[in-house]
Design a protein around this ligand. Structure first.
Ligand code: TYM
Length: 331
């Protein structure tokens, strides 16, 4: 029997993934690709909803492809490709935009968060319609499962609503996808501000662990993480967000449940705890960083792989787009 279809993607909008992307997305993907027919995209069309320098963007696309592979995505098994190489994404996004309510799109909390500082007037229309493009990504591949961190849950729910609406209005066309979100580690927080999610746009670089950071720098950032004065190593999101975040991180790195970690650290101090977290993160990320740098030494090979996979992706996407256009009375 065919494996269930799975779809996810990340933006090439920084020079490196951070630990939140790694735990919330890449680590999950790695396991899921074994028994799913997986498509993983590099969503460059999403990245340009905020200004990007063309040369830098081109480099970041390659760097992200290398991080996917170094992080364990098997390019012979999963289809790893660049969104803009497949024209159907932008085309289906237009069709879906015509059945999306303006009010419905206005309720997306990520748009509100992203425009909180600069104001909505300064934002591009592309940033506003971004979730509709994400719906197109998912629906083009008939994905049943979409593994993401919890900040993307509302966008996957919008995707479900749009697919159901389309099917009702125009006849069965799209598969209804489900988000897949981890119980622990769905949201990794900033090391310096553990109530805010770890995010590439944070002001203070000290709170972000970058995959491609030098290991000594990573260890230092973790040892300097903000905790509290209570001294106990136990999970409590409300009153001990810093310690809870470090427990989640260690749990994701080692596969040990948080409750077992609490027992392990019973009676220990924060110094010992932070050193163990730092060692575990470095042990996990240092090989990924090295492999990424090796892959980047041969950009022609990465480009060849991305071109071949774009053809594979376009075959699936074009068939779905034709179905949707036909259903709407176009073509
Ligand atoms: P992006 O590029 O912001 O993030 C990529 C993935 O990383 C997860 N993530 C986190 N997980 C845990 N803790 C954090 N602090 C953290 N920060 C980010 C995100 O939830 C995401 O899974 N719109 C998407 C990209 C996208 C997409 C798609 C995803 C475009 N089309 C189709 C799935 C399916 C985004 O901007 O992710």
């Amino acid at each position: 029997m065919a494996h269930p279809r799975l779809y996810s993607g990340m933006q090439p909008s920084s020079g490196s993934l951070h630990l939140g992307n790694y735990i919330g997305a890449l680590q999950q993907w790695r396991g899921l690709q074994q028994d799913h027919d997986a498509f993983f995209s590099i969503v460059d069309l999403h990245a340009i909803t905020v200004p990007q320098a063309p040369d830098v963007l081109r480099e970041q696309v390659r760097t992200l492809a290398a991080q996917y592979i170094a992080g364990g995505i098997d390019p012979d098994r999963a289809c790893l490709y660049v969104q803009s190489h497949v024209a159907a994404h932008a085309q289906l996004a237009w069709l879906l935009g015509t059945i999306t309510g303006f009010g419905e799109a206005s309720r997306m909390t990520q748009f509100k968060d992203k425009t909180a500082r600069g104001g909505q007037e300064a934002a591009s229309v592309g940033l506003f319609t971004y979730p509709i493009l994400m719906a197109a990504d998912i629906l083009l591949y008939d994905a049943e499962i979409v593994p993401v961190g919890d900040d993307q849950k509302q966008h996957v729910e919008l995707t479900r609503d749009l697919a159901e609406r389309f099917n009702k209005r125009f006849g069965p066309t799209f598969t209804i996808p489900k988000p897949r979100i981890l119980a622990d580690g769905a949201r990794i927080y900033d090391l310096q501000d553990p109530k805010a999610k770890m995010s590439k746009s944070a002001d203070n670089d000290k709170g972000i662990v970058w995959l491609l950071d030098d290991p000594a720098k990573t260890a230092k950032k973790i040892r300097s993480a903000v905790t509290d004065t209570d001294g106990a190593i136990r999970a409590d999101k409300e009153s001990k967000p810093g310690v809870t975040n470090l427990l989640d991180i260690l749990s994701a790195m080692t596969g040990t449940p948080v409750a077992d970690l609490e027992a392990h650290f019973d009676g220990q101090g924060y110094g010992v705890f932070k050193t163990e977290v730092a060692d575990a993160v470095v042990a996990e990320l240092a090989p990924v960083r090295e492999r990424t740098l090796e892959l980047l030494a041969d950009p022609a090979e990465l480009d060849r792989l991305l071109a071949a996979n774009a053809d594979r992706a376009a075959e699936v996407a074009d068939a779905t787009l034709a179905r949707a256009m036909g259903a709407m009375g176009l073509r």
